[in-house]
Design a binder for this molecule. Structure first.
Ligand SMILES: [Zn+2]
Length: 95
């Protein structure tokens, strides 16, 4: 049990934070430091809060994902065929 106190000069307190993915992180703060309301989860980057039952909502990243999906969609059939045709042409030495 005594391992938590191995000769740190300033008293520090470990505060638990939980993100919405259920990750717990325990940064330690100097005794007189101001503990922030949220802490970035080191595992997934989501904001984590001190209340395990109601962690902060994750940042909205949907526009980015939607854009990616949109790009993937556009690269579907027509592009795929064009790329395949070009690859075949290269194989045949036509380019
Ligand atoms: Zn997390």
């Amino acid at each position: 049990m005594g391992e938590a106190e191995r000769g740190e000069s300033a008293p520090r307190a470990r505060i638990s934070f939980w993100c919405s993915n259920g990750h717990e992180t325990q940064p330690s703060f100097a005794h007189d430091a101001q503990v922030p309301e949220t802490w970035d989860c080191p595992r997934c980057g989501f904001p984590a809060g001190q209340d395990q039952d109601s962690p902060p909502a994750p940042p909205r990243t949907e526009p980015y994902k939607t854009h990616l999906a949109y790009v993937r969609e556009r690269r579907s059939d027509a592009d795929g065929e064009a790329i395949l045709a070009e690859a075949l042409a290269k194989l045949r030495g036509e380019i």
